[in-house]
Design a protein around this ligand. Structure first.
Ligand SMILES: CCCCC/C=C\C/C=C\C/C=C\C/C=C\CCCC(=O)SCCNC(=O)CCNC(=O)[C@H](O)C(C)(C)COP(=O)(O)OP(=O)(O)OC[C@H]1O[C@@H](n2cnc3c(N)ncnc32)[C@H](O)[C@@H]1OP(=O)(O)O
Length: 194
């Protein structure tokens, strides 16, 4: 195995996360960061169409309804899709920090099977920040926001610049995104971060 295998436990000198002063108010719908995103994009037909809202502190909540296209076993959500839901919810924390970050590491626990048709109630929070590393946790509950935990995750996101996408994305989609005023607005919202 190569590459970093760092623990998901923040180092002792990590700092507490700080909600950005311009973060959306608690309860506010965050909207999609990219309309073709498999997690949250409205223009992605088989996507998860996750709806994420700002929470208190450096936290967010989201709801994902498991559809027929999201199955692994008959009538049950695919584990990778559930990991995506957790990943996307954690990604929404970017709005609270006003920092663009990508997933470096994601560990998922599957606690209960999640049937098709279920509304998965997700919640995520940033637990610590250390340099460009952002640590977070997420849960997915069934039967309501206070229902039993079906899935949970711990993750490490790494802060990047908008250039990360421009340099690594396929030309076709990057050109299209850069000519979309709504997409530019999303990117600008993060660039104001000092
Ligand atoms: C006009 C176009 C507009 C485009 C869009 C604009 C705006 C978008 C706005 C918001 C979107 C934001 C997020 C998306 C939201 C939701 C989607 C869900 C999230 C995802 O689905 S996102 C896709 C999956 N994701 C990837 O596609 C990442 C691929 N990957 C890489 O791109 C690199 O790998 C990277 C950047 C991660 C690091 O590379 P790097 O060279 O920048 O940094 P480096 O290696 O120096 O690491 C720095 C410190 O992080 C530690 N570290 C790194 N990786 C680690 C690991 N895996 N485990 C443990 N520790 C790790 C090191 O150990 C070091 O730690 P230390 O500082 O202590 O030494």
């Amino acid at each position: 195995m190569s590459g970093p295998t760092t623990s998901l436990t923040p180092p002792a000198d990590a700092r507490r996360p700080v909600r950005h002063p311009d973060a959306p108010a608690p309860g506010e719908l965050l909207g999609s960061h990219y309309d073709r995103c498999f997690g949250c994009g409205g223009e992605q037909p088989h996507g998860l169409h996750l709806e994420t809202r700002a929470g208190e502190g450096v936290g967010v909540t989201a709801v994902f309804t498991v559809k027929e296209a999201h199955q692994g076993a008959p009538g049950l959500a695919h584990g990778g899709v559930l990991a995506t839901a957790l990943d996307e919810t954690l990604g929404g924390l970017s709005w609270l920090l006003r920092t663009i970050a990508v997933t470096g590491r994601l560990e998922t626990d599957y606690v209960r099977p999640v049937p098709v048709g279920t509304e998965l109630h997700l919640a995520a929070e940033v637990t610590a920040v250390h340099g460009r590393k952002i640590y977070g946790t997420a849960t997915g509950r069934i039967g309501g926001p206070d229902g039993p935990v079906a899935v949970r995750a711990a993750a490490l996101f790494v802060e990047v610049k908008v250039d990360h996408f421009i340099e690594n994305g396929r030309d076709e989609e990057i050109r299209s995104a850069m000519s979309d005023p709504d997409q530019i607005k999303v990117a600008r919202a993060f660039e104001v971060n000092p």
